[in-house]
Write a protein that binds this ligand. Structure first.
Ligand SMILES: Nc1nc2c(c(=O)[nH]1)N[C@H]1C(S)=C(S)[C@@H](COP(=O)(O)OP(=O)(O)OC[C@H]3O[C@@H](n4cnc5c(N)ncnc54)[C@H](O)[C@@H]3O)O[C@H]1N2
Ligand code: MOO
Length: 399
């Protein structure tokens, strides 16, 4: 059994960010930039008005009230041709280009439009002008490579005049469930059969973390069929299996794939749940073999598949971030496996939430996993922990 950190490092050593592809800026939400976004325009392109009002010369409104000659109009997008001289004013609107000679906007509600003249009652020299390039200038870097694009980022990239963005390709992840006893939800259940939840959950997780799931179905406990279905992963960036990872007579994944050329890196890690995790390569395709127990499968996917997906998309750090919480109930000493305890989070009087571990931690209990807000991390051989101590947690709010 190797430690969790070593397993993660050995897995990540097999993954590099995928190449880039061009996508429309409107389709780039949540994708990861493969290159910097550099402004192709200056914004605003010229000094513009921040308000509806009148463009004037600051010197003309030093003493108020005053009356200026109304010489023209500049709607947004149609700049006034000609300058504003002493004693003159041009009507303009929010976003209108400030005409040459003017350096100030006075608000329309502080003026009286008298037809050929405008009487200014209030105003401050220099106010309500947005300088050219106030937001950004052509050539400046707006968004850096490696950033997962938010809604706000898309707005900025579009404003920087990018109809397309280069983002890392989405990882294609083949998912193969195994076991004679598991059938798809809704299918007739024979004696002793259960519904396969792992494949669906893994596909959803792959999608949540930016990948494209490729469903290879359910392999029965039969080496030939398992080998045939596993070959469907050709061309994918990763093959994930679930089930058949342990030591039972029907746990076929390792043996079958070994006969198909599996180059095993490791099998078994010092972790609970998830001890029989395996990792290796089938030719060009990395293989992550998850245990069949539903909680083990999803907890291992959270800790190892999510980082692989992050690395493949160029997101760093690849590992899942830890948070802190206050332990709400005592815990006994831990054994040699790193434990990930399903727990509920509730607000405390302090800055950190309270984490209450569930009484039942069986790795078959999806009901407890669904009810959990986080996993409490217990390092190998951790001494007994009192209520009130700080603990590391893996938040589950996205999973
Ligand atoms: N003698 C030993 N037995 C076991 C050991 C061990 O060290 N010695 N390890 C245990 C641990 S820890 C785990 S975890 C499990 C993992 O076993 P497998 O990966 O071989 O998983 P299966 O035996 O195929 O299934 C386990 C359990 O999960 C259910 N399952 C399987 N696939 C699905 C699916 N797609 N959806 C929902 N549930 C699934 C399956 O029916 C079993 O109940 O091994 C222990 N045994
Ligand atoms: O490691 Mo297994 O996942 O304890 O049930």
């Amino acid at each position: 059994m190797i430690p969790v950190d070593e397993a993660l490092a050995r897995i990540l050593a097999h993954f590099q960010p995928l190449g880039g592809e061009m996508v429309g800026v409107g389709d780039a939400l949540d994708r990861v930039l493969a290159g910097d976004v550099v402004a192709r325009v200056t914004q605003p392109p010229a000094a513009v008005s921040a308000m509806d009002g009148w463009a004037v010369r600051g010197g003309d409104i030093a003493t108020l009230p005053t009356t200026l000659a109304r010489i023209g109009e500049a709607p947004a997008g149609r700049p006034y041709v000609g300058g504003v001289g002493p004693g003159q004013a041009v009507r303009l609107f929010t976003g209108s280009v400030i005409p040459d000679g003017a350096d100030t906007v006075v608000l329309q509600e502080d003026c009286d439009d008298l037809g050929t003249t405008v009487r200014v009652r209030e105003g401050t020299p220099g106010r309500w002008v947005r300088a050219a390039g106030l937001d950004f200038t052509s050539g400046s870097v707006g968004l850096k490579a490696g950033r997962r694009l938010t809604v706000r980022d898309l707005a900025l990239a579009a404003a920087m005049n990018h109809p397309f963005l280069t983002v890392h390709r989405r990882p294609r992840v083949a998912i193969l469930a195994t076991g004679d006893e598991v059938v798809m939800p809704g299918e007739p259940l024979g004696p002793g059969q259960i519904v396969s939840s792992n494949g669906l959950a893994l596909a959803a997780l792959v999608q949540r973390y930016g990948g494209i799931p490729v469903n290879l179905g359910i392999a029965p406990d039969d080496a030939d069929t398992l080998a045939t279905l596993a070959r469907g992963a050709a061309g994918c960036d990763l093959l994930v299996t679930t089930g058949g990872a342990s030591v039972g007579d029907h746990d076929l994944v390792r043996g079958t794939l070994a006969a198909q050329g599996l180059d095993l890196d490791f099998w078994k890690i010092a972790m609970r749940p998830g001890k029989p995790l395996m990792f290796g390569r089938m030719g060009a395709t990395p293989l992550l073999g998850l245990p069949g127990n539903p909680v083990s499968s999803l907890v291992c996917a959270t800790l190892f598949l999510v980082p692989a997906l992050r690395r493949l998309q160029g997101l760093e750090p690849a590992s899942v971030p830890l948070a802190r919480a206050v332990l709400a109930a005592p815990l006994p000493a831990n054994d040699r496996r790193q434990d990930y305890l399903r727990a509920a989070l509730t607000p405390s009087e302090g800055p950190l939430p309270l984490a209450t571990p569930f009484a039942h931690q069986d790795s078959a209990m999806l009901s407890r996993l669904a009810a959990a807000d986080c996993l409490i991390v217990r390092v190998p051989h951790a001494p007994p922990a009192q209520a009130g101590v700080m603990v590391d947690i893996v938040p589950l709010d996205e999973i």
